[in-house]
Design a protein around this ligand. Structure first.
Ligand code: 5GP
Length: 183
C-alpha cells in the first residue's frame, strides 16, 4: 500500500473534540446524557469526547454492518463505501433510551445510510432528545438527507483511516487521521 498522508493531525483532533465536548456540555447543562457509540469506528472518538463532557454521562454501544454487496477494501478505496447496501444491526443498545438524552456518536458521516437507519432505531425508544455527533463529515457523498448536530471536520471525498477508522481492520490505532491514496 502507498504511504498514508496526514489529513488531520492529532493536535487538531484534540482541540476540536474538546470544543465539541464543551458544546454538548452547554447544550445539555443540568441534564444527564447517554453517549451511544457506533462500533467499532467511534470507540476512540467517544472515549476522548466523553472526557470533555462535564455532565453525568453513561455509555452504550450499537453495532452495524452492511448487508450483501459490501465492497472489498480495494473497491472501497476506488469507488467509496457501499451506498446501495442495506444496513443491519449486529449489536443493539443494552439499556432503555426512553425519556433520556441520547447522543449518537459516529466516526464518519458519508452517504448517510448508517445514521438514517440508526436514528430510526433509536427514535423508536422515544428518547427525550436525540442528537448526532460525528467526528468527520463527507457532505459530497450524501445519498440520504442526513445532518449531524455536532460535526468535527468536513472532509473531501477521500478514504481516511486512523483515530478509530480502519482499512480492513487495520490503522484504527493511528493517532492522526490519514488519507489512503487511491492509486
Ligand atoms: P454511511 O452509511 O454514511 O455511508 O457510512 C458510514 C460508515 O461508512 C462509517 O461508519 C464508516 O464505517 C464507513 N466509512 C465511510 N467513509 C469512510 C472512510 O473514508 N474511511 C473509513 N475507514 N470508513 C468509512
Amino acid at each position: 500500500m502507498a504511504e498514508l498522508k496526514v489529513l488531520i493531525s492529532r493536535e487538531r483532533i484534540a482541540q476540536r473534540v474538546a470544543e465539541m465536548g464543551a458544546e454538548i456540555t452547554r447544550d445539555f447543562s443540568g441534564e444527564t446524557v447517554i453517549l451511544v457509540g457506533v462500533l467499532k469506528g467511534a470507540a476512540i472518538f467517544l472515549g476522548d469526547l466523553a472526557r470533555h463532557i462535564q455532565l453525568d454521562a453513561t455509555f452504550d454501544f450499537i453495532g452495524v454492518s452492511s448487508y450483501g454487496n459490501r465492497p472489498s477494501p480495494a473497491q472501497q478505496l476506488k469507488s467509496g463505501w457501499d451506498s446501495t447496501g442495506e444496513v443491519r444491526l449486529t449489536k443493539d443498545v443494552d439499556q432503555s433510551m426512553k425519556q433520556r438524552n441520547v447522543i449518537l456518536v459516529e466516526d464518519i458521516l458519508d452517504t448517510g445510510l448508517t445514521l438514517t437507519y440508526l436514528k430510526k432505531i433509536l427514535l423508536a425508544h422515544q428518547p427525550k432528545a436525540l442528537r448526532i455527533a460525528t467526528l468527520l463529515d463527507k457532505p459530497s457523498r450524501r445519498t440520504q438527507p442526513m445532518q449531524a448536530d455536532y460535526v468535527g471536520f468536513g472532509i473531501p471525498d477521500e478514504f481516511v483511516v486512523g483515530y478509530g477508522l480502519d482499512y480492513a481492520e487495520m490503522y484504527r490505532n493511528l493517532p492522526d487521521i490519514c488519507v489512503v491514496p487511491r492509486e
